[in-house]
Every structure is written in structure tokens, then in C-alpha cells.
Design a protein around this ligand. Structure first.
Ligand SMILES: Nc1ncnc2c1ncn2[C@@H]1O[C@H](COP(=O)(O)OP(=O)(O)OP(=O)(O)O)[C@@H](O)[C@H]1O
Ligand SMILES: [Mg+2]
Length: 306
């Protein structure tokens, strides 16, 4: 794949729209606290960052920005969704009639063994792929009826992706990868750089700004991907095995961070994984096996489990 092809793929996946005044619209989500007084309850977020001693930024409580007009309407809805892969003469059904409704503010964990269809499902939930059969609704709109450019715009504004394979651009350094979605939104370079600095501090990679992905460890690449997913501060975060390449401490930190985004900012978090440990953060768990939903379990987040 040439660099141009990679960038084109990203433009499609991360959306080139300029309609979103991302930093203004999302200013309520993050607040850059300079005084470090620890007055806000989020002071703990900083102290618990194992990567940064000098963090001066915090995740603060704020009113969640609602996307759905009617909270009884699901944010994402799948009805009888099938994904059938064609391999020569042979067809393989990776998803078989999935019915699923995801509401704003959920922390949904899709749990299943390798090959059960999790990544396939994530691509459909994130509107990166269309089903072979059935319908995917994003905010009550059938995505198959949207033009690709409009879908890309909505997707870029609403969803931050953390892919299983990171999808970092090999020729861009850490900072370049993190702020790429902001460049597609045509954010002012200085604002994008500041946002990049902030996010790299959160994930503890301020000292790796100029490293290329090939000069990073797997866990560090994972953290770049996480920082990038938060660049435009989207209300939905979709993550495929976000802790798959991380040690326990780093994985816990990232999950606590996602959990805070959920609790304090009302972000909708969807994680697909085979890691049972992530379930403790979930408000609902969907068990998937051989492309089918086995069961769905409602949960109340148990703080003592964290
Ligand atoms: N492009 C493709 N063509 C054919 N089969 C595919 C394709 N992509 C995925 N599959 C098959 O679909 C099934 C589901 O794949 P998927 O990647 O969704 O699994 P997964 O649950 O994410 O697994 P893992 O935990 O290993 O990441 C697998 O059996 C896989 O081999
Ligand atoms: Mg997968």
C-alpha cells in the first residue's frame, strides 16, 4: 500500500469534513486545569497517570452533549444483520442475524473468542462496512441510504476508533498520527498541536512525539492509537481489543481512563474483546459466539471491582 493509499483510507475512515469546530464543540469535555490544585475530583486522574509526573490536565465532570434527540431511541441499532464473506466459491457467514440496540451513555462490552466475529461487528457498529443483509441505523438513519461522503462526515464527528491493528501511518511520527483526524477537520495547526500535546501527556508519550511507529513498542503504538481516537473528542469510542498489547498496569490505566470518559462525560464506549477483565467496567455485556449473540447481560458498574 502506498502512502497516498493509506492516507486515502484514513480520509475515508476518519472523515475529511470541515463542518466540525471540534475543539470549540468539545471544550466542555476537557478542561485544561493549569493550577494543579487538585480541587476537582479529577485530580486523582492525574496522580494515577503512571506515565506523567507533570500532567496539568484533567478530565472534569461536565454535562454530556446529547446526540440522540430522544433518549429512548438507540444511538446505533442493528436489525437482522448478516456479514457473509465470499472466498471464491465458498461463502462464510461471520455474523448471522445480529439484533442489537446501543443507547447513548452505555459502556458496552462485546465479549467473544477469537474468530467469533467481534472485529466484523465493530466495523459494522462503526459504519465502516455495510452488512450483507439487514440494516444498521446510526441515530435512527439507515446508513445504507447515506452517501459515502455524508457517512464519512457523520462518522468522523461521532466515532473515535481504536483498531486492533492500530492503523498508524508509518511515515508520520507520534504527534503526526495523533493530530491527523484534526488535520482532516482542517483544525488550525496550533490548536491541533496543543490538543496533540495534551493527549500525548494523557497517554504518557510526551517524550516520544518525534518517533515513527516503527520506533515504538506495541503498547506505545496502542497508546498512540488511543490518543488519536480522542483527537476530535467524539461522543462514541469504539475500541477493538484496546488492551490486547498492553501490560496489566498500562491496560488498567487505559481502561480507567475510558471509564472516566464514560462516567464523567457521558461518552458512549463500545469495546470488543476476549478479555474477561474488561467486563467489570461494562454497563452491559454482549456475548458473541460463531457470529451469533449468545446472551446479553445487564450490569451495574461495581466500583469495588475496579
Ligand atoms: N475478509 C474476510 N474474508 C473471509 N473471512 C473473513 C474475513 N474477515 C474475517 N473473516 C472470518 O470471519 C470470522 C470472524 O472474524 P473477526 O475478525 O470478526 O473475528 P474476531 O472475533 O475479531 O477474532 P479475534 O479475536 O481473533 O480478533 C473469522 O472466522 C474470520 O476468519
Ligand atoms: Mg478481532
Amino acid at each position: 500500500m502506498t502512502l497516498t493509499e493509506i492516507i486515502e483510507t484514513f480520509k475515508t475512515k476518519l472523515n475529511p469534513s470541515k463542518t466540525m469546530d471540534s475543539l470549540e464543540r468539545t471544550a466542555n469535555f476537557y478542561d485544561e486545569s493549569e493550577n494543579g490544585s487538585g480541587e476537582s475530583d479529577s485530580g486523582e486522574d492525574l496522580k494515577s497517570n503512571p506515565y506523567s509526573n507533570s500532567a496539568t490536565v484533567a478530565v472534569k465532570s461536565s454535562e454530556a452533549t446529547r446526540i440522540t434527540l430522544n433518549e429512548k431511541e438507540p444511538l446505533i441499532k442493528l436489525t437482522d444483520v448478516w456479514k457473509i464473506y465470499q472466498m471464491g466459491e465458498v461463502e462464510f457467514a461471520a455474523l448471522k442475524g445480529i439484533d442489537l440496540e446501543i443507547y447513548e451513555g452505555e459502556f458496552l462490552v462485546v465479549l467473544g473468542p477469537s474468530g467469533s466475529g467481534k472485529s466484523t461487528l465493530m466495523n459494522l457498529l462503526g459504519c465502516l462496512d455495510l452488512p450483507s443483509k439487514g440494516t444498521v441505523f446510526l441515530n435512527s438513519r439507515d446508513i445504507s441510504e447515506l452517501a459515502e461522503s455524508e457517512l464519512a462526515r457523520i462518522r468522523g464527528q461521532m466515532i473515535g476508533f481504536i483498531f486492533q491493528s492500530f492503523n498508524l501511518i508509518p511515515t508520520l511520527n507520534t504527534m503526526g498520527n495523533v493530530i491527523l483526524p484534526l488535520e482532516f477537520q482542517e483544525e488550525e495547526p496550533e490548536k491541533a498541536r496543543q490538543r496533540g500535546e495534551y493527549l500525548l501527556e494523557i497517554v504518557g508519550l510526551s517524550d516520544k512525539k518525534f518517533n515513527l511507529p516503527s520506533q515504538l513498542s506495541g503498547g506505545q503504538r496502542q497508546r498512540v492509537a488511543i490518543a488519536r481516537s480522542l483527537a476530535v473528542n467524539p461522543p462514541i469510542i469504539l475500541a477493538d481489543e484496546p488492551t490486547g498489547n498492553l501490560d496489566t498496569k498500562t491496560g488498567d490505566y487505559i481502561l480507567d481512563f475510558l471509564s472516566k470518559l464514560h462516567e464523567k462525560e457521558g461518552k458512549t464506549i463500545i469495546i470488543v474483546t476476549h478479555d474477561l477483565d474488561i467486563v467489570k467496567h461494562a454497563t452491559r455485556v454482549v456475548y458473541i459466539r460463531d457470529g451469533e449473540i449468545e446472551k446479553i447481560e445487564e450490569r451495574t458498574k461495581n466500583k469495588s471491582e475496579k
